[in-house]
Design a protein around this ligand. Structure first.
Ligand code: UT7
Length: 355
């Protein structure tokens, strides 16, 4: 059974840089607070009404395809991970196919919604398809356009200051040698689904209310009325269309789960943390990455951090960080690269790759 390897990698971030101080125009926040609590100094925002999650994904994909030495028409499966899709449906996979100009229809396009762990989940899916022999050139994209869906008032500041836009992509192929994905580990725990969530519009109709910290009045109509199922006027008026996060709760679990899931992957292949040449953690918070680094006893040059420049780009954060590290010569043939993520769901996961 061949291993699956990353044959090409690319990333795209929009040109417009938004510094912490720029956000103070909209909300009560400060450069000091954001830097101290998150490590973030700036993030990129896409050009609204011109760029979208799938167009950014396509830009990253073109670079990955070119670096893999294949043509667009060679791609036989697309996996698109995002929490900020262009449309409620259809998903970004088919929009990416159209944007890339891939006209052949002997191709599958899968959309996955695993938020911060989307890329690791996608990599694991691609790994299985390559190992089974079903596909030969899988395009995996993680992309987000958060800037279209954030609350820029002071109410939303704990979430809004963290997120940025961008995209990363890889082409996954069967490996001809010992290089490739050694293992992937995936986890989930639905008990805390609402702790980091974007609940409306959706079909819940208030059903999960018992899991909310505070009762929310969405203004649902009488249950027998057919209209207004997803969107109510009250929802619009009260601004329920934004992400919600209990930051300290998420933080506490993240610092436990990152080291655990990395260790789990290492144990499976009989390796130690000291064998890792490069750890690419999901860029959630610099303090989380520093904590994980310390727990694993890694040095600064063994861990990739670029949240300072791009903020948290959710499904795009790992491929952007991995690609930037690769472009800077930090990933060499034979290196052991570890990817790890934790986020909404909660879901978490890791991957070990022999480069
Ligand atoms: O990527 C998916 C996974 N996500 C994560 O892993 C995120 C995990 N959580 C975090 O990174 C952190 O919890 C945050 C960065 C979100 C928040 O940092 P924190 O140190 O946990 O702050 P906090 O939420 O406990 O808030 C502390 C104070 C509060 O004020 P009071 O109640 O102490 O007066 C907040 O209202 O900071 C206030 N605050 C802000 N002040 C200025 C919250 N956001 C801001 C802000 N600017 N942007």
């Amino acid at each position: 059974m061949p291993k699956a390897k990353i044959a090409g990698i690319g990333f795209y971030v929009p040109e417009k840089e938004v510094k912490n101080a720029d956000l103070s125009q909209y909300m009560e926040t400060s450069d000091e607070w954001i830097k101290e609590r998150t490590g973030i100094e700036a993030r990129r925002f896409a050009v609204k009404h011109k760029e979208t999650t799938s167009t950014m994904g396509a830009k990253a994909a073109e670079i990955a395809i070119q670096r893999a030495g294949i043509n667009k028409e060679d791609v036989d499966f697309i996996i698109f991970a995002t929490l900020s899709p262009d449309y409620y449906f259809p998903g970004c996979g088919v929009l990416l196919q159209r944007e890339l100009g891939i006209t052949k229809t002997e191709i599958g396009a899968l959309d996955i919604r695993n938020q911060c762990t989307g890329f690791v989940y996608g990599l694991s899916i691609a790994d299985q398809f390559i190992k089974s022999g079903m596909y030969k050139n899988i395009l995996l994209v993680g992309a987000e356009m958060h800037s279209m869906g954030l609350d820029f008032s002071t109410t939303g500041r704990n979430v809004t200051v963290i997120f940025g836009d961008g995209a990363g992509a890889v082409v996954i192929q069967p490996s001809e040698d010992e290089s490739g994905i050694l293992t992937t580990k995936l986890h989930s725990d639905g008990s805390y689904a609402e702790k980091l969530s974007f609940m409306s519009p959706g079909s819940h109709g208030g059903y999960h209310s018992e899991h909310l910290e505070e009762k929310v009045d969405y203004g649902w109509p009488d249950k027998d009325q057919p209209a207004e199922i997803f969107v109510t006027e009250k929802m619009m008026k009260d601004g329920h269309f934004y992400p919600y996060m209990e930051g300290p709760f998420v933080f506490k679990l993240a610092v436990q789960k990152f080291p655990q899931v990395i260790k789990e992957a290492l144990d499976e292949v009989n390796m130690q943390a000291s064998d890792i040449n490069l750890l690419v953690p999901h860029q959630a918070n610099l303090r989380i990455s520093q904590f994980v680094q310390k727990r694993l006893g890694l040095s600064d040059d063994q861990v990739v951090n670029n949240i300072q420049k791009y903020g948290n780009t959710t499904a795009a954060s790992i491929p952007i960080a991995l690609c930037e590290a690769w472009e800077n010569g930090r990933v060499k043939k034979g290196d052991l690269v570890c990817l790890a993520a934790f986020g909404s769901g909660f879901t978490w996961g890791s991957a070990l790759i022999k480069w």
